[in-house]
Design a protein around this ligand. Structure first.
Ligand SMILES: O=C(O)[C@@H](O)[C@@H](O)[C@H](O)[C@H](O)CO
Length: 358
């Protein structure tokens, strides 16, 4: 297991690499080049510059999150082949600089969705929440809300230039139902996984967040059976999963512990986002993002890490969204302090699992 933290790049993150390097247990960063639009090739010199910068801080760069998938691929337009070729070039370029895992998602239009980016806990820490009745019927309302609360940092998957086109995008998806989205997903995987195998990269899909349809858009990475379908559609260790415990557990019907155990055992989880959520009494699927430690949320983090440990997990972990605490401001979910506490806590649990085993 190697502990990492996500970093958005010097121009896009308030958190400094030097600060991440001081977090006990954290060995690497999960990197990103925010200004390359989905569909374009990541040039070698940009990747090299990122890697050099990360390594100069004493950290490793083995995981990229995300190389986003152009909507034309998800919609299945004829232009998709051009974007798939670009994606393959990016895979080759990343492999050349030692990248092992690419995290991505296959959600139409939006990345993750929350109703509240400034949800206050009793201790006045600031977190994010999903309360179904507060999700407006008009997606534009939620876009405006996210952009008003993003702390001045465009949130991953919520880049203003894409979302300005949201009406056109919704229209383009009108004939894409779940079966069609799956077909387009299979087409994409069949095209890129041979390249991944050749260069030694694992593509690791992130579960839909939340793991059920939103705004009438289909979703196909929602539960155990979807993950099984993905693993089987191209049966290769290069076709893998970023298991995000928070996202998958947002549907109480999903057994996060069993899903983790099964897919680690099948050697399909090279990267995990480990976070806790706390269900709210207001609705079956309402929750807020809790501090990582088990006692604050609805998930048992020891049980999650034990499912990973017992089944031979040897990939990368990162703490996930943290609260804003101690006066910190910045990109919602991605401050330094609470994620550092999360990383430390998860590392401690992992040490205990290792020692109990000896
Ligand atoms: O919620 C988050 O912040 C992340 O987990 C996602 O933005 C994640 O990076 C993507 O869904 C993967 O492409």
């Amino acid at each position: 297991m190697e502990m990492t933290m996500r970093w958005f790049g010097a121009n896009a993150d308030k958190v400094k690499l030097a600060d991440i390097a001081q977090v006990p247990g954290v060995k690497g960063v999960v990197g990103m080049i925010m200004d390359i639009p989905a569909g374009e090739v990541w040039p070698k010199e940009r990747i090299k510059a990122l890697k050099d910068e990360v390594e100069a801080a004493g950290l490793t760069l083995k995981v990229i999150e995300s190389v986003n998938i152009h909507d034309d691929i998800k919609i299945g337009l004829p232009t998709r082949d051009k974007y798939i070729e670009n994606y393959k070039t990016t895979i080759r370029n990343l492999a050349e600089f030692g990248i092992e895992v690419i995290c991505y998602n296959f959600m139409p239009v939006f990345d993750w969705l929350k109703s509240d980016l400034d949800y206050r806990l009793a201790d006045n820490s600031q977190t994010m929440a999903f309360v179904a009745k507060d999700i407006p019927a008009d997606p534009q309302v939620i876009i405006d809300r996210v952009q008003a609360a993003d702390g001045g940092f465009s949130l991953p998957g919520w880049e203003p230039e894409r979302l300005s086109e949201v009406k056109r995008l919704f229209d383009a998806y009108k004939d894409v139902d779940e079966a069609k989205l799956r077909e387009n997903f299979a087409y994409f995987l069949k095209a890129i996984i041979p390249t991944c195998e050749e260069v030694g990269i694992k593509m690791a899909v992130h579960p839909d967040d939340p793991p059920y349809p939103m705004f009438g858009l289909p979703r196909v990475v929602k539960n155990r059976d979807d993950l099984d379908w993905i693993c089987n559609v191209v049966d290769s260790p290069s076709n893998a999963i970023t298991l995000c415990t928070g996202s998958i557990a947002e549907d109480p019907a999903n057994d996060v512990y069993a899903i983790m155990a099964e897919f680690v055992k099948r050697d399909r989880i090279p990267f995990a986002h480990v976070r806790n959520i706390k269900f709210l009494p207001s609705g079956e699927k309402d929750f807020y993002e809790a501090p990582h430690k088990s006692e604050y949320g609805s998930l048992d983090m020891h049980k999650i890490l034990k499912a990973m440990y017992d089944n031979g997990f040897d990939g990368y972990i990162r703490p996930d969204h943290g609260r804003m605490i101690w006066g910190e401001t910045g990109r919602p979910g991605y401050g330094l302090f609470d994620r550092a506490l999360g990383a430390s806590y998860l590392s401690g649990l992992w040490e205990a699992l290792e020692k109990a085993d000896k």
